[in-house]
Design a protein around this ligand. Structure first.
Ligand code: NDP
Length: 402
């Protein structure tokens, strides 16, 4: 009986649980484990109400490798879907190795004390996973995840060689709060405030955070938004796996209001990730800020508007220059109606379910540690259309940087 263990009962965990429950022919048994069991139980109750399916729950601290290994050995799932936080990735990979279970996540490992976004810690597990005959699939969310598959699919079907990649992530939604983040605030703010790195002529070039801005008009009337260049983790694996790329950049939309709040929070030190002493206690300001901000899982009912995330690629086909844009548009309210979450959690949770499905079915399963662009994009692209994230292609698309 294929059985999956989801670790992490946050906004993304809620979507993964719902989407796995919608595909009983693959996910015959589902266990949801997190630090706080009550959160797992609330999700299990919501899944039962929407789909009629039972999900079992467990409490576990994923950073306690012996405890997690014991739970895995007792439960014997075929696969762990890790949608806890990036800090837990290595501990969960260790427990999966010890218990002989395949592994999937949606974000690369981050050491808690430095905001570094690098695959080196997880790529270092390659040999151990190969020797054990186990698979680890890294970054099976939207970005990273679908953006890696979009790039691989364009390279496979539309180009002989790809030269530039611009990943564009627009959230045209509005949650009505003065300031909130759409996924875990601590992880989100660490990412946004980090120096920007983009790939140019064989090396990463560093520039100040959010220092380059352009206006981007999304297709299908979603709107025109300011997008800012920033570093994002999939750039590292994509430039390694597509060495013909001369330039690779990542862009995300931010409202003036979000940036104004961010600037003030930074200026007063509330986004700091190092501990400071406060009345005899050590506190990490960004963790305190997280406690004050709205829980991203609570944004679902209030968020309106659409996301538009995709990849613009240029290169050559049959000796002629070519460009193409492949993208998905996702409606916050439609996601809420389906699974009780806003679109950011939805666009992360659906690809996690699809990656898990392709592993459990055997379509993608192989030993070792893999990023998504290294695997055949076609079955993943087909499942995006089937399970709620339909995509479209525009050929001869021009992405103008002003
Ligand atoms: P949340 O903060 O909403 O949820 C995280 C969950 O992880 C919480 O339920 C928390 O448990 C649980 N958790 C934290 N520490 C532990 C631990 N030591 N042991 C067990 N469980 C733990 O985050 P999101 O759902 O918004 O994000 C989940 C992941 O998805 C993150 O890694 C994020 O970076 C990633 N992500 C990826 C995206 C992509 O496109 N690739 C986009 C958006 C997010 P508890 O509440 O019980 O304390």
């Amino acid at each position: 009986m294929p059985k999956v263990m989801i670790i992490g009962a946050g906004g993304v965990g809620n979507v993964v649980a719902h989407k796995c429950a919608q595909v009983p022919e693959v996910f015959e048994e589902i266990l949801l484990a997190s630090r706080t069991r009550a959160k797992c139980e609330a999700i299990a109750a919501a899944v039962k109400a929407r789909t009629g399916r039972e999900i079992r729950t467990a409490a576990v601290d994923a950073e306690d490798v012996p405890a997690l290994t014991a739970l895995l050995e007792a439960e014997r799932p075929s696969l762990v879907i890790n949608v806890a936080l990036p800090y837990q990735d290595l501990a969960i990979m260790d427990a999966c190795l010890a218990a002989g279970v395949d592994y999937l996540d949606t974000a690369n490992y981050e050491p808690p004390d430095t905001a570094r976004f690098e695959y080196k810690w997880q790529w270092a597990y390659r040999e151990r996973y190969e020797r054990a005959g186990l698979m680890a699939l890294l970054g099976s969310g939207f970005d990273p995840g679908v953006t890696n598959v979009f790039t691989a699919w364009l390279a496979k079907h539309h180009f002989d060689e790809i030269h530039t990649l611009d990943i564009i992530d627009v959230n045209g939604g509005d949650h009505g709060h003065p300031f909130a983040t759409n996924f875990n605030p601590e992880i989100n703010l660490r990412e946004v405030t980090a120096p920007c790195r983009h790939w140019e002529e064989g090396r990463f070039v560093t520039t100040p955070p959010l220092s380059r801005k352009v206006l981007f008009t999304c297709p299908e009337g979603v709107g025109t938004f300011p997008i800012y260049r920033m570093y994002h983790e999939e750039l590292e694996s994509l430039v390694a796996n597509f060495p013909s790329l001369r330039r690779a950049q990542f862009w995300m939309s931010f409202s003036d209001n979000y940036l104004k709040h961010l600037e003030v929070l930074q200026n007063v030190g509330l986004t700091r990730i190092d501990p400071v002493e406060f009345e005899g206690q050590q506190i990490v300001p960004i963790q305190f800020l997280k406690a004050l901000l709205p829980d991203p899982a609570s944004l679902g009912p209030r968020t309106r508007g659409k996301t538009c995330i995709g990849c613009v690629v240029t290169g050559v086909k049959d000796g002629a220059p070519k460009s193409a844009f492949v993208y998905n548009i996702c409606d916050h309210q439609a996601c809420y109606r389906e699974v009780g979450s806003q679109a950011i959690s939805y666009t992360t949770g659906v690809p996690a379910m699809i990656g898990a499905k392709l592993i459990l079915e055997g379509t993608w399963r192989r030993s070792g540690v893999w990023n998504l662009e290294q695997l055949d994009p076609d079955p993943f692209m087909a499942d995006l259309n089937r399970y709620g994230l339909p995509w479209k292609l525009i050929e001869d698309f021009r992405f103008e940087e002003h």
